[in-house]
Write a protein that binds this ligand. Structure first.
Ligand code: ADP
Length: 161
């Protein structure tokens, strides 16, 4: 049973993330979408909200499960007996960051492995931060996020919230 982990903030999940999940889930038996609870970036949505939104979008994927995690990725990987970590690459700066991340993780765990999947060209400009920015001005986010969570995101940014 080959398990991969796709870690990230998913603040919120976007169509770019969905594309990586769809592609990565066909390369393994089980894909764990791991929502980072504490990271250096201050998240807008709570870990529970981020997990719930991801679960809503990922229901049709029978070999994908969503959970949140705290602490070191290499510890979580070993706990889950995961063979590799999946990351998406949108740009040269993503690539540089991933090289550093994988080198650091390999120092901590010598069996660390990662798959870097290039973003689909038309999704490469999508990021969670752009989604939050557009939503905060009441703009149309339908091309950027899965339809299952579009309204949840809009409501969180509505002036009544
Ligand atoms: P992190 O805080 O770990 O960067 P993100 O939720 O922003 O978390 O991203 C998780 C992973 O998904 C990262 O590898 C990131 O590069 C990748 N990713 C983000 N947006 C896209 C996209 N539009 N297309 C492909 N990969 C993406």
């Amino acid at each position: 049973m080959k398990t991969f982990i796709y870690p990230g903030s998913f603040d919120p999940l976007t169509r770019g993330h969905m594309d990586i999940i769809w592609r990565a889930s066909s390369l393994c038996d089980r894909l764990i979408v791991a929502v980072l609870k504490n990271n250096s970036k201050e998240a807008f949505f709570s870990p529970e909200e981020r997990v719930q939104m991801a679960q809503l979008c990922l229901l049709p994927f029978s070999n994908v499960l969503v959970c949140s995690f705290d602490g070191l990725l290499v510890d979580f990987m070993q706990e889950q007996k995961a063979a590799a970590v999946v990351r998406g690459i949108r740009s040269e700066s993503d690539f540089r960051y991933e090289l550093e991340l994988s080198a650091t993780n390999r120092l901590l765990y010598d069996k660390y492995e990662s798959f870097l999947l290039p973003a689909r060209q038309d999704y490469a400009i999508i990021s969670s931060s752009i989604v939050r920015e557009v939503a905060s001005y009441g703009g149309d986010i339908s091309a950027m996020v899965p339809e299952q969570i579009e309204n949840i995101i809009k409501e969180r940014f509505s002036p009544n919230n």
